[in-house]
Design a protein around this ligand. Structure first.
Ligand code: FES
Length: 70
């Protein structure tokens, strides 16, 4: 079975790909939220959108996040 090395491609909550976000020209998480809603529900896409803005990439491997603060 084929394993995608870059399985993270979209904000799942708003079904918006990072490719669409990039093409829209957004330059901040705030703009992604204002125009697409991305980052305003579960927030899982936020670090990926930050990486997209920083690097221009639109497909990512899963980022290991630190555990939530107690
Ligand atoms: S994945 Fe983007 S807000 Fe949930």
């Amino acid at each position: 079975m084929f394993d995608d090395p870059f399985p993270v491609k979209r904000c799942v909550c708003f079904n918006t790909t990072f490719a669409v976000l990039k093409a829209s020209g957004i330059r901040s998480i705030q703009e992604a939220a204002e125009h697409f809603g991305c980052g305003t529900k579960c927030g899982t896409c936020i670090p990926y959108i930050e990486k997209m803005i920083e690097s221009g990439s639109v497909e990512f491997s899963v980022i290991e996040l630190p555990p939530p603060m107690a």
